[in-house]
Design a protein around this ligand. Sequence first.
Ligand code: BGC
Length: 469
Amino acid sequence: MADKETAALRDALCGTKFVYIAASFAALGGLLFGYDTGVISGALIFIKREFGLTTVAEEIVVSGVLLGATLGAIVGGKAADLFGRRRVLLVTAAIFGIGALASAMAPSPTVLIVSRVVLGLAIGLASTNVPVYLSEVAPPQARGWVVSLFQLAVTVGIVVAYLTDYAFAGVEGWRWMLGLAVAPALIFGTGMFFLPETPRWLIRGGHHEVAHRVLVRIRDLGDVNVEIEEIKASLAQQTEGGHWTDLLRRQVRPALVVGLGLAVFQQITGINTVIYYAPKILQTAGFNSASGAILATVGVGVVNVGMTIIAMFLVDRAGRRPLLLVGIAGMIITLGVLGLSFRISNPSGQLAWIAVICLMGYVASFAISLGPIFWLLIAEIYPLKIRGLAEGTAATFNWASNLIVSLTFLTLVEKLGASSTFLLYAFASVASWLFAYYFVPETRGRTLEQIEAFWRARHRARNADSGIS
Ligand code: BGC
C-alpha cells in the first residue's frame, strides 16, 4: 500500500504536473516579495506611534527593504551562477524567515530598520533567482505562463498584505502584520528543499547525468536527449566566461540594454507610487473617508491580480510584444488623464471617481505589460553562462530605480503638484513605449537556446554589415 502510494505520488509529481507544482513553490518567493513590500503601508502608523518615529526614520523604515533588495540583487545573480539556483533559493527562504521574525520582535527602531534591510536582501535574492529558476524548468511553449507565476505571486502577496493590515489594524497589531510572513517563508523553504536544481545549471556545471534525471522527471517526453544536446550545443558556442566584464561584450550588449531599459522603465513609470501610496493619492483627489480610500486600495490590488492572470493566459498566445505595447499605451492614457484631472477644480467630488478609475486602469495596464513581462524577459533573453549575473544586474537597476522613485514621489507632489508629477510618469511611459517598440524582441514559443541563437545571428549580421570579420 505504502509502495502504491509512493508510486502514485511520484506519478503525480512527474511530467508537466511536476513543473507546475515546482513553479508554485518557487513562486512563493514572489509572494514574500509582494507581502514584505506591501505590508509596511498599513503597519507604519502603529510603528510610528509606538517608537515615536521622525519622518526621516519613517522613510528609512519604508525604504530599508528597497535598499536591502538592491544589495540582494547585486549578489544574487552571481551567487546563482556559482552555487546554483536552488541553493540560493534555500538560503533566501531562511533569510525571509529570520527577517520576518526579527522585524516582528524588534525592540527598537534600529533593530527594526536592520531587520527590514535583511528582509530586503531576501527579496532581492528572490527577484534574481525565482524567475530564472522558473524559466529554466519550464517547457518552452508554456514558459511565459510559468515565469509569470512569479508576478502573480507578487500581486497576491501585495493583496494579502493589505488584507492582513486591515485585519490587525483594530488591535494595532503591527508585529503580527510583519511576523506572519514567517509562514510562507517556511513553506517556500520546505518546497525548495524537495525541488531539484534546474537542468540547465546542472549541464553548465558538467553534471550531465543528474541533469538527465531531472529532465526525465519534469518532461512528459521519454527522450530528453534532444533538449540536452541543444543546451550543450548552445553552451559550446558561448564564449563568455561568466564574469562581470562579459556583460559589456558586443554580443551581449543588445540583450543587456533590453533588460536594463525595461528595469528602469518598469519603475520610473510610477507603479509603486500607486502600490505604496494609493490611499494618499485618493485622498489628494478628494476621497474624504480614510476607510473608503483603503477599500479602494484593496480594489486596486485585486485588479492587479486579476489582470496578471489574464496576462498569463495571453503571454504564450499573443506574445510578449503585443502585450507590452498595448499595456504601456493604456498606462500613457490613464496617467495622462489622471494628471490632467488634477488640474480641474473639484466642486462635486467627481475627481475622486476619475482618480479611482484612472488608478484601476493604470494598474490593469501595468499588470498586462511591464509587470510580468519585465521579469519574464530578463529570465529568458541572456546566454546561460551569464544568465544569473545579467538577470541580477537588471534586477539591481529595477530595485535602485524603485528606491529613487519611492523616495522622490512625495517631494515631487509637494514641489510640482500631483498633476505635473503624474504627467511626468506619463512622459516616462511614452519613452518606455518607444523603447519597447524599437528594442524588445519577441521570444514567444522559442526555446532558451533558440533565443541565444537569435542574438548570435543578429550579432553576426551586424558585424557582416559593418564589415567586421
Ligand atoms: C514590480 C514591483 C511592483 C509590483 C506590483 C512588480 O513587477 O517589480 O515593483 O510593486 O510589480 O505588482
